[in-house]
Design a protein. Sequence first.
Length: 331
Amino acid sequence: MCNASGADSVRCGWLLKAFLVARGGRSPCFAPSSCSLSAERSIAPPCGTRAAPAGSAENSATPTRDAVGDRRRGRRGSRAGRTRGKSDPLDALAIARAAIREPNLSRPLPDERVYREIKLLVDHRDDLVDQRRRTQQRLRWHLFQLDPTYQVPLRMLGRSSHLERVARWLARRDQELQVQLARELINSCRQLNRHISELDLQLEQRVRDTAPALLELPGCAAVTAAKLLAEIGPIDRFRTDAQLARHSGVAPLEASSGKSQRHRLDRGGNRQLNAPLDRIAITQARYHAPARDYLERKRAEGKSRREALRCLKRLLIRVVFNTLKTSPALT
């Protein structure tokens, strides 16, 4: 198998044995040759390294073949329920196995239609808002090309009064092609503003019919409350506020080491649900006195502002959970 001799033969045998161990198989019994290793002989180090003395900490920390094989077999056992390939029967089989392993998985509820309609409206509004933002950016580009000295304040193109001012300014100019395109973009912004305002009214009405108590939460307006309902769905899906916190990604993760005891941000979870909670927390940190006092207490404990905001978001998800659980429209 290998024509090496001396130190090269030892390295060759070590590489062969390491390969077999990594593959999870047992080392075969080779006939005596220049590359074979006896069962009693220790594994030689890789090329360019010095062998550790017998009984040293370095040698004792090296994983044995049995330990590596056990870990390998454990990984193979965790994948025993999988089948190679992709097809509908294989997917159905994987879903059935997952349902057997996890008997407490959530199931469709009869009142999900209300939340699905709210989610459709929220997603449609988000699309219109993105479309309006892109239209405003194109309009700004045309205005700058027409007159670089014409200043348009930020976030003013979303207001009807400022759109009228820009429209009058364009009407006084020569009606060249770029001016005509800019006026068409102004009309598009007006239409989008009307559609978004109509959706806001629909969402507010649906929130009042579904969970009016959410609107009493400081910093939670109709659109934010609708986003919460759309992403949470029926509150009966969650048995505790801890489950909802983990689902939304506001539950902190343990990040302690030695004498340092701390938690870190959870970057997983439903980020679409995490976003409205973040908006509520930032709004309360600015204008809500109890939330500001809570943040000051957390800062006094040695937490940074970001860590204090994470604690506030964890508290908010508990408030949202209890509010939805006790809402008369949902019980």
